[in-house]
Every structure is written in structure tokens, then in C-alpha cells.
Design a protein. Sequence first.
Lengths: 385, 394
Amino acid sequence: MSERDDELQMIRDTAARVVRDATANGIPPERDMNVLTWKAAVESGWTALLVADGDGGLGAGAEELCVLAEELGRGLQVGTFLLGDALATQWLTAAAASALRSALIDSILGGVRAVAVADSESPQRGVPSVPLLRARATGSGWLLDGQKSGIWITEATGELLVSALTAGAQPELILVRVPRTAVANAAVLQTIDGGRAMSCQFVGTVVAADSVLIGAGGGFAATRERAWDLVLLATAAECLGMMKALLLRTAAYLGERKQFGQPLARFQVLRHRMADMALASFRAEALITHATRRFDTLSAAHRAPLVAAAISKSLQGARFVTEQAIQLHGGMGVSAEVPVGLYLKRVIALEATIGGADYHRGRYGDACGADSPKKVLSSSMNASS
Amino acid sequence: MILEGLNAEDARFRGEVLAFLRAELTQDLIRQADAHESLFPPPAVTLPWQEKLRRRGWLGLHWPRDCGGAGLSAMQRFILETESLAAGAPLLAPFGLNYLGPILIHFGTDAQRARFLPRILSGADYWCQGYSEPNAGSDLVSLQCGARRDGADYVVRGTKLWTTHAQHANWIFLLVRTSNSGKPHTGISFLLADLRTHGVTVTPIVSIAGEHEVNQVFFDDVRVPADQLVGKEGEGWAIARYLLEFERGGFVMNGLLRRKLARCEALAPAALAVASSFEAAILRSRLLELQVDLLALAAAELRVALSFEVGSSPGPEAMVLKVEFTELMQRIEALGVALLGGRGLGFAAGAGGADRDQVAQALLGSYLNNRAATIYGGSSEIQRDIVARTAVGK
């Protein structure tokens, strides 16, 4: 094994141990990592993975993050780590040097969990597109007007990283810091998977000039796109971990449970269902492995469709595997006594937040650009209408 | 898309492959390969291409260099196979190059390697595979075609069924029963037989597509010299299992399917011009799903290809690729048939005359013929049994 393989294996082993500890008494109904698990996460350097060496982090990339996400996914321990911390970290590291940037990165490295990401807006579905939230320049800073939703928060969340579009003839995407206390009409939703999602409004919210982390011309659009691609890919790895865990759990159940005088594992129709579940996991894993290895060498134009394919196939697979794991567990599968249903709820929460398999298949088509069947089809449809 | 983001060395090799294809893969060759309905075009189409690859040094991709192999890295092998098939090169018959070659390299004697390997590369010998029998299909281990030792020969009596390209081949490798005692798999041996030997009869079987691709081969006390036994007597099942890894996991087929999918895409504009908006949306969704699944297959093939170097075998895990490839191929061709619409009505089995719609003939012929793909070489149901053995246990 190469040194790099060793490093990845170390992350895998540590994560597996942390998950084992966190789920020793069963998988907790709360989706976010508990305090002890989070402490272990910080000590293991997971919050520092995506922070550059120069900023006191580990400067790791897609492979490390995806290995970690897969292992945490096995025990439903990802929580807000990807859609909160991992997104925030990437945005912050792309910001120009400032006291605020340093303070926020330090809080992430220290495991304070103070920073959440406010990027989605409620009329939109799936991955955030161009925000409607507007930032108007004033003499000393900016005024924000609009709303955000689907903000995955923890109890400790005190700061929001907010994406906004500048007003004016040449709108630009910028990133600003807003204290949680400064927003209006904040509503916190208990989510189906045991987490917390916040929505809130910005009504002439004042942002000082030194709260702008990435300003006009700072390249936030490209940073944001890459960050989302990485988090989508890691979420695909989370789905893979869930699939692998449920395959093992269900195989064990089929071996124990007897009906008609023999273990369920002997029935070919059930064995073939398990084969189809394993194939769904296999397909997702192939795409994730490939996309992860090539993540940094691909251009954005080639990276985006590959990641879209990986998350589409992973969500489709995770939905299928979780539903079938319930089916193969029989009545126990729908009982709250076994945690199989928690996996399905996590998949639903992910789909509701980042979009489902169909949505990402469409994104794949869009991202393929000129070669895509969408272009072929839509041009022909236009021609015929 | 699977070949984007290569490192500099591999990207340079890809450039060499593309330049070779531009220079050597003629439109005529592409047309001949496209016109054939079966997965494996006949030797008249493939051997000229095989010779061009041989002269370039890119033949025997799974063979060590000292056996006449290409000596390419796993990544280079994947690039060559992917780009060639995507560009429309004919798929070379695997029986000699991909199946028997690795068997002789692993289990054969020096004399067998020296005698047979060069003639596989040169195309002087064309091999077929004698496995299935009338009462041994998926349940291959119950095969009954017998071989009894008589002096310096084995005497073979029995029959083999579904033998692809036996009408073109001059040699056959076959599994025979050399013993009826003990467990069924212990009495099987692996023989090489010259099809021109006295007592061999090849009878054609015509498929629902009208194509003569497979045959029944009868052995009526055929004398096979004992030095054409591969491995030891009774070792045939182990050899067959080794070969299965290449048959089910050694292929790189994503390029071939990319080409098939591209042909579907070419049909899309005309079909969508007359489709309702509802049907058009569904067709588009199917097309996109196939693209994504093809990317997943390509990534899986790459993963497997990188996992075994020349001289080793793909391993049993790789056999899952067979079910993935064949089922995806069927879905792609089914979409093609849907996009053809009324053009498919005039399909005539075996009638490729100039008065027929050649696109419809090729697509429907291929669709019909490839219904066999999920049956031969281990049916999809057998493959799922194998996957379940890993996923659930015995």
C-alpha cells in the first residue's frame, strides 16, 4: 500500500471506531453527532480536513472527505457535517485574508460548530442556483433583503454564511457573514431525520463592510460551484455507507429469521433482491470512486456531470436499498425497534434538501452541455413546435 | 467522459490510440462492424482489424509480453479497448485471445503455448468454445460429452450446443467428462480439438434475428491426441472457472455501448418530432438514465481493469460486470427500437437486402439477437445467485 492508501485507511479505521462507540447502544434517533462524537471528530482532525495547511488545517481533498463520509454514513453519523461544516470550510478558505476569516476558521478547527451555511432559498429546489437575496451597497456596508431556507444548524450555530447577489447593472455573487441574531422571522424545523433546519428572512439587514468574506470579483461563483460538487460527492459517499450498512444488517437478519422451517436466507427470491441491492451499491461505488479520484484533475465542465451522475445513482440506490431493507425485515422493518427506518428518513431528508435522483439526472444532462441528449432533444422539440 | 482527467502519460497514450484509429480504422471497416447483428462479427470482419492491431503491437492484451502479449499497463489496456469500440472498431472474437490464451498461459505446457499462442495472434487458428450441451446449460457441471483414454488419444463422444462461430472455427476447446465417479465437477477435463478431425459435424442454428451465429457440434468417436489435454485430467472445472473470470469480468464494453447509445441518440430528433410532449419527456428521461448507467458501467469496468495486471485474472468479484453490461445493452437497444417506431415494422429476419431499411435491420436484429446476452455465459439469474453468495452468504 502507498503512503496515501495508509492515510485513507487510517481515516477509515478511526471513523469506524468513532461510529462504533456512538452507536454501541443502538443508533440514536438524533441525527447530528452528539457532543462526545463531535469531540472525537475534532480530535481526529475531521473539521480540519478541508482547511489548507497554511491555515492550520490538513489540506486534504475529495478522497479523504469521501472515505470519512462513507464510514460516518454507515452509522448515520454525518448530521450537518457535510451540508454545514464542509461547505462552510470551503467557502471560508476561499475568502481573502481578514480577521473575520481567521476567527471563523479557528472556530471550525476548534470544533465550536458556530458556522452554518445559508444558501438555499425556498422557491428553489435542489442545489442552490442564483440567489434572489439582494445586497444593496450603502455608505459603510450592505443591506440584505430576501430569505433563506434549508439551513442545517446545530444548537451552537451563531454565525450564518449567506450567499447574496449584489444589486445593480452587473450583479455579482458575494458571501457575507450574518450573526444568527440579526435575521428576522427565524423558524427552526425539526426535520424528519432528527435534525434541525432553519428558515429566516433578511429585512434591510445591515452588514458591515468587514463582514463581506468574498466580495464582488472574488470568484465566489466558481468557489460555490466546486464546494457544492465536493459536498454532493461526499453525500453520495454517505449514501454508499448507508447502503453497505443495510446490506450487512439485512443479510444478518435473513440468516437469523426462520419461516417455513428454514432461514429466510435460503429463499432465492430474497437472495436475488439482495443481489439487486448489492448491484445498486456497486454502481454507486464505481461512480463515487472514479469521481473522487479525478475530482481535482477534471475541469469544472467535466467534474459537474460526473458528480451529478454519482449523486443521482447514489440517491437512487440508497432509496432502493433502504426501502428493500425494510421489506426484507418484514414487520420488524416498519417497527421503530429496529433502526432500518432511520436510514430511509435520512435519505428522504437528503432528497428534500439537495434534490432527488431524478433531479440530479436532469442536472447531469444539463451539465453535459453540447453533447447531451437534452440539447439534441430540446433543439428538435423547438424545431417541431 | 470516463477518459477525462487522465495523467499526462496516459493522456499521451490516448492520443496515440486516437491517431492509430484515425489512420487504420476505415469507414468501410466501421460499416461492416455496424452492419452485424451479433455481438461478435464474423472473422471476415474482425481478422483484418486484428492484423492491424497485431502489427501495432496491441494484441493479446491479457497476455504477458514473453508470450507475445502487448505489454500494456492496465490503464492503457482500458483506454485502447474503450476508444477502439467507441470509434466503431469490430469487437474481436474473444475465444482465442481472451479465453484460451490466458488458460494456456496459466495451465498449458510450454509445447502447447509454443504451438497455439502465435497462431491465435496471427489469426491462423480461429477458436470456438465447447461448453453448453442439450442438458447442461446454466447447470454446466452436469455436462455429459465424454472422453475416454485409448492409447495416445482421447476418444470424444457427445455433443455441444450454442457453439458460437463453430462454422468459422478450425479449433474448439471443450469441457468433457473423463470420469463418472466422485463429485460431478471432479470428472471434467479440458481438451483442445481440431474441428477437421474425422467424426466432427457442425450443424447451424438460426436465431430469431435470422442470423447464423451459433451451432450444434457433434462428436462421433473423435480421436483427440492426449497432448491436447490442458492441465491434468479432472482439472477441467478449475480451468473453466478461471476462464469464466475472463468471460464475465475481463471485458471492457463501455465503448461498445457508447456507440450503441450514440446510434440511439441519432434517432432521437426524428422520433421526438412526432412524439407527444409526454412521451418525449419519458424518452428523454430514459436516454439520460442510460447515459448515467453507462458512465457507472465504465467506472466499474475501469475499477476492475485497474485491479488486475497482465498475467493474473480478474477475480470472481469482477463477474458482476457481465450482468451489468448485458442488461444495460438490452435496455439501450430496447430504447433504440422504441425510437425507431414504425420503421421497425419492416424488419425481416435474415433479409439484409438493399430494399430494406438498413438502420432498422441492424438495430432490430441486434436487439433480438442480444436477448441471448442475459442467457449465455451465465444467465442473469445465475449471476444474481453469485452476487447473493457474497451479499447474503451461502
